[in-house]
Design a protein around this ligand. Sequence first.
Ligand code: AOF
Ligand code: ZN
Length: 368
Amino acid sequence: MKIIRDDNFFMNLAINIAKRKKGMTGVNPSVGCVVVSKNKTIISTGNTGSNGSPHAEIKALNGIQIEAGSTLYTTLEPCFHSGKNPPCVDEIIKSGIKRVVVASLDKNPLVNGKGIKKLKNSGIIVLQGVLIKKTEDLYGEFFNRVTYGIPGINIKIASSADGKTALKNGKSKWITNKLSRNYGHKLRLCNDGIMVGINTILKDNPSLTCRLPGLTKFSPSRFVMDTNLKIPVNSKIINTAKKNETIIFTSKYSSKRKVRILKNKGVQVIRIPKTKKGLSLNSALKFLGKKEYNSLLIEGGNKLIASAINSSHLNKIFWFSSEKIIGEEGKPSVGKLNIANLDNSPNLILQNMINLDNNYLKVYGVRK
Ligand code: AOF
Ligand code: ZN
């Protein structure tokens, strides 16, 4: 098959380069950039640096000589503002490049079209929108945060073929296979934070870290919804709070002593309001948005998953299902949704289905 080295080809490469750093660029989205010469040779590539600096375009332009007729491909509109990093548009203009291809506009209000306008005003030809569907997908959570001030929510469910997450006696080790569980660690890597309900901590005592070799330092921050502050002070996440950020959301602050112990162990205890359905997920999300978390992975329990499914900030559901069948007495993956009419069921789109050694991962997006 002949490979056509057109704009789509090079943008696809930039997207793959960006994807490789997802979850490792701090509050900054992961961007991919490719510089290509007139005769379609790749001159250099770059993606956003760890923890957000330098920006992808700066890395790609560093140390190269721009020949006439070169094109720069970038997955996200080059930045216009000075934040922790200087504006990429100025570096692009200085480099002498005369053609820039962009996939998505940067919905960050500090940029949002201004970057492209400045490039065009300085005589650069800009083509925007190439493979935009793929980049809108890649930046779904980031765009949610810069638009609404709230992180985009992803849900992970690992269930039997009939949608159950545990036996009647609570046992769940292991419903899904090793490959699925490893993929689950990749999801932890790709998200800025991970949230569970207190019952998941009481039942499993998880550490909620990413344990892919070499990538543990990119483990997400951990958040627990714990209405009555039941968290055991010696649970794994509390004992590792000095290494990995850990926040307990609660509505009770009654045991001052317990709060003090938790704080001494490096845990933040944040009081948020309670609703009829339990702690207010929206209040926790607003708090996390202010802290500039772009993405949040919710892993359970099923009540929290139900709240996340009802949230307008739901981004994707990653549903792993195995070949086992558990039956009616098993634990349902999703808590009560109280749907009386199927038209009110969440409107999902199956975006991808991956065979993981005969477990299946279905990735659902949300029709908004
Ligand atoms: C780019 N290239 O690689 C990334 C961009 O605080 P700063 O200066 O690092 O700016 C952060 C913002 O820059 C971020 O919110 C997003 O709008 C944009 N990210 N822009 O030109 C990059 N990561
Ligand atoms: Zn930039």
